[in-house]
Design a protein around this ligand. Structure first.
Ligand SMILES: C[S@@+](CC[C@H](N)C(=O)[O-])C[C@H]1O[C@@H](n2cnc3c(N)ncnc32)[C@H](O)[C@@H]1O
Length: 341
């Protein structure tokens, strides 16, 4: 509702009028409290959050249960120094109906890969089945996400988004259209069970063919909120505008050798998209060039970004809409934080 609509509704309901400035300042105050149920959508426009928001705190990490867009809309402008996130890029795979199929082991868009070398793999969403309409939804989703990111980030802030080779261009394009600058891609070298299969039904006829290359990397899109003048000014004013070096001799690089998430971590956080701490700690550490500021993960899942931030002594804020994954994260964050690399 706009403030004027709220004013009229109060006048109708209570036969009394209030100054719009006092309505506005009360809404502004409420919207700053994550669990008030009031979110600021844009200037003078507020919404009631339909879900009651729960909140979990551990050290310098805060996790809010709610919708990423609604919670981000309630955050203050220019209050975040970096975003590191692994969003639902197929968009349908984390819909209630699909998550419940996954939990029942029925599959749906989730593919349960066969065991390989004695190791049990996590389920993977099928992205090869995306239609043009699905692609448009992805572009629309990341366009909205980009707009919110632009508002909450300080100038020069890094955004690092996990994607996959089939959608990374859509994600980068939508974020760029929203006003963020492309800054390359990060390659996580990891062998997954995607691709490499022989043509279904024609395996013996074409034994030397696989339909798609076996995927051996995971692309992470890197974007930046445009800087305010020079790098020096951004570093001094906002603590942003670069990447934290590994050490004197090694700048942070855009290829990270990785492995599928370890059994030990999956036993702590049984989320189908759990990212390994070793990888997350490298990315999160580098995303704040001076090691100061707040990392946001709006699609927190089981909290691996927050745990990585906590293990580095960084402040972090996560948002997760699914109540089971939220509860899982509350339990997992302290345990993932405590793990050795
Ligand atoms: C790919 S998973 C992230 C997993 C995470 N990297 C981890 O290591 O646990 C994406 C998460 O985003 C959540 N999600 C999807 N849409 C959301 C929304 N609109 N707001 C908040 N969370 C959302 C899903 O429930 C899912 O847990």
């Amino acid at each position: 509702m706009t403030v004027t609509e709220i004013e009229c509704r109060i006048a109708d309901s209570f036969n009394e009028t209030f100054e719009s400035s006092s309505i506005r300042s009360s809404l502004r105050l409420q919207a700053k409290k994550p669990d008030s149920g009031i979110v600021r959508v844009s200037r003078g426009l507020y919404a009631m959050s339909r879900q009651s928001t729960s909140r979990f705190e551990y050290g310098k990490a805060t996790l809010i249960q709610g919708d990423a867009f609604a919670v981000m809309a309630s955050l203050e402008e220019s209050s975040i120094q970096a975003i590191v996130t692994d969003p639902p890029y197929g968009l349908v795979e984390y819909k209630k109906s699909q998550v419940s199929k996954l939990r029942k082991g029925q599959g749906g868009v989730w593919r349960i890969p066969p065991s390989f070398d004695g190791a049990k793999r996590s389920p993977l969403p099928r992205f090869t089945t995306l239609t043009n309409a699905d692609r448009e939804k992805i572009v629309e989703f990341f366009g909205r996400f980009g707009e919110q990111a632009l508002r909450v980030l300080v100038p020069g802030a890094n955004i690092v988004v996990a994607t996959n080779p089939l959608v990374s261009h859509l994600v980068a394009g939508a974020l760029e259209s929203a006003g963020l600058e492309p800054r390359g891609q990060l390659v996580r070298l990891v062998q997954t069970m995607r691709g490499g299969d022989r043509p279904k039904g024609f395996e013996s006829e074409y034994p030397d063919v696989s339909v798609m290359p076996r995927s051996q990397f995971e692309p992470w899109v890197i974007m930046r909120k445009p800087m305010d003048e020079t790098t020096g000014r951004n570093l001094a004013e906002y603590g942003t505008g670069g990447w934290r070096r590994i050490d004197d001799d090694h700048p942070f690089g855009d290829v990270i050798k990785s492995a599928p998430t370890r059994k030990e971590e999956r036993a702590i956080a049984n989320h189908p998209s759990l990212k390994p701490q070793k990888l997350m700690r490298q990315i999160v550490r580098a995303a704040l060039p001076l090691g100061m500021g707040m990392i946001l993960d709006p699609f927190a899942g089981s909290g691996s970004t927050l745990a990585a931030a906590e293990s580095l002594g960084y402040s972090s804020l996560g948002i997760e809409q699914d109540s089971e994954y939220y509860n899982l994260a509350c339990n997992a964050i302290p345990k993932l934080t405590a793990l050795e690399d």
